[in-house]
Design a protein around this ligand. Structure first.
Ligand SMILES: C[S@@+](CC[C@H](N)C(=O)[O-])C[C@H]1O[C@@H](n2cnc3c(N)ncnc32)[C@H](O)[C@@H]1O
Length: 272
């Protein structure tokens, strides 16, 4: 630990080249961040249409799968290991009147219930960090995708700004496989099972900035929730259980870490 020099003190407390107003005018303006809808737009740009079959791995309650099937008129299969969510997905598919061209089934990326080369596009949003054997999961995606098919991956990686103790808490609490948090590991694994990486697009904090600016899903609200939950821990734990208290804190931190660059959401287009 070094003592501050006069030069450091002068830099910190002396005058900047710019006035405060000039500085805020430069920094407190929107950089036109892209919204999360960019992901479906990217799928549109890859050429998906009504004659195609889409697989959504880790579909949860199929809200995205349904929206994609409605927008593109394609057939679709959603797969997720959580039976409760698949029951919700099936009810939502029926309610949307899509039962004739959509299905949601319990399953894992490591054993996809689909025939070889039967899928035109794969939508893989925010789920690969839970997969213990990434190579096995991506190899299955490669198997079910037809030659010339494309896989759109949205995945959040940890950056060099993430501290070891911060990582340990969120990985342990949220069921995240530590090695999958590396972009280099993801890319080498994808190539090792036969995929080519056609595009890599670092979304970074853009979705978070967009939601903050339009007020729909504020990360600043998550920051405030963390502060309140920490101050009120003793009262909340008996109500929530320690497990769910930690999951809620970790979920808020996930958003804050995306905003401040400790986590970097990234979109890939993989081709077979
Ligand atoms: C963060 S959620 C994302 C859900 C959805 N794709 C979305 O973007 O809203 C992660 C999902 O991955 C699912 N998941 C976890 N491990 C999986 C596996 N081995 N195979 C398929 N899905 C898995 C979870 O059950 C959960 O629904």
């Amino acid at each position: 630990m070094s003592n501050p020099t006069d030069q450091t003190l002068a830099a910190v407390y002396g005058k900047m080249e710019l006035s405060e107003e000039e500085f805020y005018a430069l920094t407190d303006r929107s950089l036109a961040p892209r919204p999360s809808g960019m992901l479906a737009d990217k799928l549109a740009g890859l050429g998906i249409g009504a004659h195609h079959h889409l697989l959504d791995v880790g579909c949860r309650d199929a809200d995205h799968t349904i929206a994609l099937a409605q927008r593109f008129g394609c057939t679709a299969l959603g797969v997720d290991p959580v039976a409760q969510r698949i029951a919700q997905a099936q009810a939502a598919i029926a309610a949307a009147g899509l039962g004739d061209r959509m299905q949601a089934v319990v399953g894992y990326i490591e054993a996809i219930p689909a025939a070889d080369a039967s899928v035109d596009f794969i939508w893989c949003r925010d789920m690969l960090n839970h997969v213990p054997e990434l190579a096995a999961g991506l190899a299955e995606c490669h198997r079910v995708l037809r030659l010339g098919g494309k896989m759109l991956v949205y995945q959040t990686f940890s950056t060099e700004l993430m501290e070891a103790n911060e990582a340990a808490f969120i990985y342990e609490t949220m069921g995240i496989v530590a090695k999958n948090q590396s972009a280099a590991f993801f890319e080498s694994t994808a190539r090792s099972v036969g995929f080519a990486i056609a595009e890599r697009d670092a979304v970074a904090s853009e979705w978070r900035e967009f939601w903050e600016e339009d007020g729909s899903r504020k990360t600043s609200g998550q920051l405030l929730r963390i502060a309140r939950m920490r101050r009120n821990r003793a009262a909340l734990i008996p109500l929530l259980t320690e497990t769910h208290y930690n999951i809620e804190i970790a979920d808020c931190l996930w958003g804050v870490y995306q905003m401040i660059g400790k986590l970097c959401p990234t979109v890939y287009v993989l081709t077979r």
